[in-house]
Design a protein around this ligand. Structure first.
Ligand code: ATP
Length: 278
């Protein structure tokens, strides 16, 4: 399902949080949404999820104007902090959400078990949710977002609080959801992670969006005997270009002692955006 948002705006009182934002989400693609604190990312995601009404602008789903109802039916929403009902178990929480999506009780119970296994929480499934750690709650939040097999997946800083293994699994789970045809948007402050995960990146500052252009990463090259301060930064398009560059250096007989990717192209685009705006 393709979501197209055009000119979305939303203010809180006199304070504009989202200002003429544009975003297109396409099936099978993961879009990264990055921007500083207060840029309007969460507000934009809430608008897309049908959980907040825009003051202006349009949202279409497969070309048809979409109000709250269709958006909520199509979306899986994972907030940055997932408030659980602490007296319920993760299994009960997932069953409750599945039932809210009109799933029959036996299907809801089976779906809850399936999702708990997916996010590696099966052994915690029947204990009170209050016993979950922050990272485990995040994983439960992801399971919750997937309950209705959403065609649009909106995730607000999903990796925050997750340990390294859970982050890697999250990446794999999102890739699998995209391969299955979901259109996905992920907001994050971790640019290197987004660089690996996202097919497209949208930058957000002061409530407005702009697509990040093609980015170029840098590699740090230092030859044997060369002081650290004289190492060179070489801008290269991707891993293949880096491999070719290294092969050429070695073919020239240069004693390469270090060859390291130093910063993501996304980081540079992000910093450039700030430099332009402040
Ligand atoms: N319910 C609200 N009432 C009033 N102002 C709000 C509300 N929600 C957000 N804002 C304001 O709108 C702006 C955008 O907030 P938002 O949470 O969307 O930013 P964000 O990019 O998600 O930030 P962060 O990276 O810190 O999560 C901020 O200035 C914030 O103070």
């Amino acid at each position: 399902m393709t979501l197209v948002a055009r000119g979305l705006s939303r203010a809180f009182g006199k304070h504009p949080a989202v200002v003429h934002a544009d975003l297109t989400l396409t099936p099978g693609r993961i879009t990264g949404l990055v921007g500083p604190n207060g840029a309007g990312k969460t507000t934009l995601l809430l608008l897309l999820a049908g959980l907040l009404k825009p003051d202006g602008g349009t949202i279409t789903l497969d070309g048809a104007p979409a109000g709250d109802g269709p958006l909520r039916a199509a979306c899986g929403w994972m907030p940055d902090v997932f408030g659980t009902w602490d007296s319920l178990t993760p299994h009960e929480i997932l069953v409750t959400f599945a039932r809210l999506y009109d799933m029959p009780a036996p299907d809801a119970a089976a779906r809850a078990d399936e999702l708990l296994a997916l996010v590696h929480l099966s052994e915690h499934g029947r204990r009170p949710a209050s016993e979950l750690s922050r990272g485990q709650k995040q994983r439960l939040g992801l399971a919750r977002a997937l309950v209705n097999r959403p065609r649009l997946l909106l995730l607000d800083e999903p990796a925050s609080g997750m340990d390294p293994r859970s982050r890697i699994e999250l990446r794999d789970q999102l890739r699998a959801a995209a391969r299955a045809g979901a259109a996905i948007v992920v907001s994050s402050h971790i640019l290197t992670e987004l660089d690996e995960l996202a097919d497209d990146v949208v930058l957000m500052v002061g409530g407005t969006t702009e697509p990040a252009g093609p980015t170029t990463a840098s590699w740090r090259v230092r030859l044997a005997g060369q002081p650290e301060s004289e190492a060179q930064l070489v801008a290269l398009d991707d891993d293949e270009a880096a491999a070719a560059h290294l092969a050429a250096l070695l073919a020239d007989g240069l004693p390469v002692a270090e060859f390291t990717r130093v910063s993501s192209g996304l980081e540079q685009a992000y910093l450039q955006l700030h430099a332009d705006r402040t």
